[in-house]
Design a protein around this ligand. Sequence first.
Ligand SMILES: Nc1ncnc2c1ncn2[C@@H]1O[C@H](COP(=O)(O)OP(=O)(O)O)[C@@H](O)[C@H]1O
Ligand SMILES: [Mg+2]
Length: 271
Amino acid sequence: MPAKRSRSIASQASAGRLLSCDGLVKSYGDGPPALGGVSFVMEAPQFTVLLGSSGSGKTTLLRAIAGLVPLDQGEIHVTGVALTRANLKTVRRRLGMVHQEFGLTDRLTAAQNVLAGAAPDLSWSRLLFQAYPTPLRQRACSLLAEVGLTEIQANRKARELSGGQRQRVGIARALIGQPQLFLADEPVANLDPQTASGILALLREAVTVHGVGVLCSLHQTDLACQYADRIIGLQGGRLVFDGPPADLSPAATAALFAGAGAAAVPTSTAA
Ligand SMILES: Nc1ncnc2c1ncn2[C@@H]1O[C@H](COP(=O)(O)OP(=O)(O)O)[C@@H](O)[C@H]1O
Ligand SMILES: [Mg+2]
């Protein structure tokens, strides 16, 4: 089948879907592929966890969906829009990014960081003079309250906040752009287990309260089973499990982490 025709069929199939990944292949240099033909679809907003050991391809997959890693093969559609160079801005506006290192600007306050999340929708002069429209400021305040920050904390510089508070700001900042899909790469890797649970609960609320789909990479099986609607297991760049947490048997978990070392099945307390 000619390439053009197969592309249009993939586009038709992805219409109305939140995310569609079709045959994604990515190699860095001569090594084994980081992604060896990954395909899956997210039909509607849900909390999907990408679960796998270090090196299984989670970050590469999330970065590819954000248009930050060029693929060797495959197609990605976000809300039916093909991820191409020409569509990159459109696709990115539908995505909210939540980072392991929180991705905040340290010298700005928590509130200013949240407002910066709306930058793609503001003119350069508004950004230059930090002349944010009043409704946007109000929305930033209500999002900061929603993620659990007090007024005093909202006015603190990001560098003065704890890791958990910084990630809460990161979630508020991602929400202000009103995305349809969150991409969260190990958002709790730098947090203690209790704080991690609070952050994952907030990401769940992004689904239930804001209707945002979440695709979140984790390496802790217990957290994945506790918070995910669906788990996609990656091993060596291949999709080896796809189902609800209840279907992830101890044998399937062990197989997913086979070859990952002696502490084969990481948990949040052992991470
Ligand atoms: N920039 C890069 N250059 C070369 N190899 C890379 C690069 N990024 C990732 N890799 C390799 O790709 C594979 C998948 O990595 P990654 O996507 O970071 O997995 P994970 O996030 O699950 O730890 C690993 O073998 C890793 O070493
Ligand atoms: Mg990673």
